[in-house]
Design a protein around this ligand. Structure first.
Ligand SMILES: C[S@@+](CC[C@H](N)C(=O)[O-])C[C@H]1O[C@@H](n2cnc3c(N)ncnc32)[C@H](O)[C@@H]1O
Length: 178
């Protein structure tokens, strides 16, 4: 459960993650020691996850842009600074780079959350690059009407996909990183 203190911080960040989806992210984050997010926009889901990871966990965040200005002038970088202040214990890696290229440079991670470019080819490439580097592969915008490209790409790449809440998709991999 996300508490009032965390909601106050999360709800100030513009983004596409619903409150239900944030609850799911927070619940999984509390159970793992490493998380990688591909595509963070202004950092709403990054902050949600970062506030709920256990002490001294690792959070890797990849986006081609750190300064997408949105409501209230919030950018991924300002949200990163806020998270850094709230969770100085975390090992946070903020990588301004392409999500596929990042797979070559960043560490394996218990969770990889795919939410970068939503084109069919990009989603396929993200999953292909990262699936062997995580235990839980998941992502956003599992929505046939709004993001048929995401649904098609995930279905092509991931056999046992499920939809736990909202437009989250999730699939266990064969890796054991615990
Ligand atoms: C849908 S938004 C992410 C939303 C975010 N997870 C949230 O909770 O608000 C997609 C993000 O992916 C980034 N992006 C697009 N293509 C990318 C790529 N090839 N590599 C890394 N990031 C990319 C965009 O800059 C944008 O910030």
């Amino acid at each position: 459960m996300i508490d009032t203190y965390c909601w106050q911080a999360i709800d100030r960040i513009p983004g596409y993650m619903s409150r239900l989806e944030c609850e799911w992210l927070a619940g999984i984050a509390a159970t793992v020691n490493s998380w990688t997010e591909l595509g963070a926009y202004c950092g709403r889901s990054m902050l949600c996850v970062g506030l709920h990871l256990p002490k001294k966990a690792t959070l890797q965040v990849v986006d081609i842009s750190l300064g997408t200005v949105s409501r209230a002038g919030q950018t991924l970088f300002t949200t990163f600074v806020e998270l850094r202040q709230k969770r100085p214990d975390l090992n946070i890696v903020l990588a301004r780079m392409d999500s596929v290229a990042a797979a070559e440079l960043l560490k394996d991670s218990e969770v990889v959350f795919v939410d970068a470019n939503h084109n069919y080819e990009n989603v396929v490439n993200d999953i292909t690059a990262w699936r062997s580097k995580c235990r839980i592969l998941c992502g956003h915008d599992w929505n046939q009407k709004e993001w048929p490209t995401v649904v098609r790409a995930v279905r092509r790449c991931v056999p046992n996909v499920s939809n736990p809440t909202g437009s989250i998709w999730v699939a266990p991999t064969t890796r054991d990183l615990r």
